[in-house]
Design a protein around this ligand. Structure first.
Ligand code: T3D
Length: 266
């Protein structure tokens, strides 16, 4: 029996779990094994209470080049019309939806090119920290496809519809400095410092009141399609939940006692 090839490496450091897309020879393109491993790893991180921040990064010189085009080459050997939607629905969409639903902060540590669904994956994360050599390519158009895996949802909301449309229909490379300027990433750091700075940021986030971060994420996800009355009522409801956490009590108590709070994510 053929030995399974590792496509994703998983590392724990304290409350931070790092998922590293690990197919560097194809710039971490997604084959079905990698997509399955990534989906499982995100679900596992959601369930594991010891994980309070998730980091996604890539091995080698890329974050991810999107769908592995060589892996699906057989499709193109006949004239049978393709049905790509089911592949997207079954293998990509659950991961993207889970990254938005997981009530823990998720950082994309973008160490190189993020193209196609690799770009979408980075956009679905809560924070994007890019190395100086990182770049973002809505590469779908270069192979005659539409942006998928959430790109048409996240990109206009992050950088505005005009810029998003231009990126999507040109498939041009947006380098890290431009990405920072247009709000596509939160920070750009020297490549050599990316791992350390990501870890520092992840540790900071992991020490915060995790449930409040999760509820904030829930509120902001809802705000994308809400009206003001509905949203402020939803905030009030979530505040009831946040108010019942141990971390809320700890935060107020620490403030009144003039000491640094010790949040436990409870
Ligand atoms: O089911 C469906 O098909 C629908 C799903 C759609 C989702 C999508 O993600 S569609 C978009 C798919 N991705 C792309 O079209 C990007 C293709 N790659 C590139 O355009 C370029 O590789 C990059 C701009 C990302 C990087 O360029 P560069 O010059 O830095 O590297 P390179 O030389 O092109 O790539 C290095 C190697 O990785 C090379 O292999 P080799 O020649 O060394 O043996 C290349 O073939 C391989 N590689 C890169 N991207 C992919 C890939 N192999 C398979 N699939 C890839 N996506």
């Amino acid at each position: 029996m053929a030995e399974a090839v590792q496509t994703l490496s998983i590392e724990n450091e304290g409350a931070v779990r790092t998922l590293c897309l690990d197919r560097p020879e194809v710039l971490n393109a997604f084959n079905n094994d990698l997509l399955a491993a990534l989906g499982k790893a995100v679900r596992d991180a959601e369930k594991d209470k010891t994980v309070r921040c998730l980091v996604i990064t890539g091995a080698g010189r890329a974050f991810s080049s999107g769908q592995d085009l060589a892996d699906v080459a057989d499709r193109y050997k006949s004239d049978t019309p393709l049905e790509l939607g089911s592949h997207i629905r079954e293998r990509y969409n659950p991961i993207i939806a889970k990254l938005r639903a997981i009530e823990k902060p998720v950082i994309a540590s973008v160490n190189g090119v993020a193209a196609g669904a690799g770009c979408s994956l980075a956009l679905a994360c809560d924070l994007r920290i890019a190395g100086e050599s990182a770049s973002f390519i809505e590469a779908f158009i270069n192979v005659g496809l539409v942006p998928d895996s959430g790109s048409t949802f996240f990109l206009p909301r992050l950088i505005g519809p005009a810029r998003a449309f231009e990126m999507a229909i040109t498939g041009r490379k947006v380098k890290a400095d431009e990405a920072l300027r247009i709000g596509l990433v939160h920070h750009v750091v020297p490549d050599a410092e990316l791992a350390v700075q990501t870890r520092e940021q992840a540790e900071r986030l992991a020490s915060l009141p995790t449930k409040a971060i999760g509820l904030t994420k829930r509120a902001m996800n809802a705000a994308w399609t809400a009206d003001i009355e509905g949203q402020i009522d939803y905030e009030a409801m979530l505040q009831t939940t946040a108010g019942q956490t141990k971390d809320h009590r700890e935060g107020v108590t620490a403030f009144l006692e003039k000491r640094t709070p010790k949040f436990k994510g409870e």
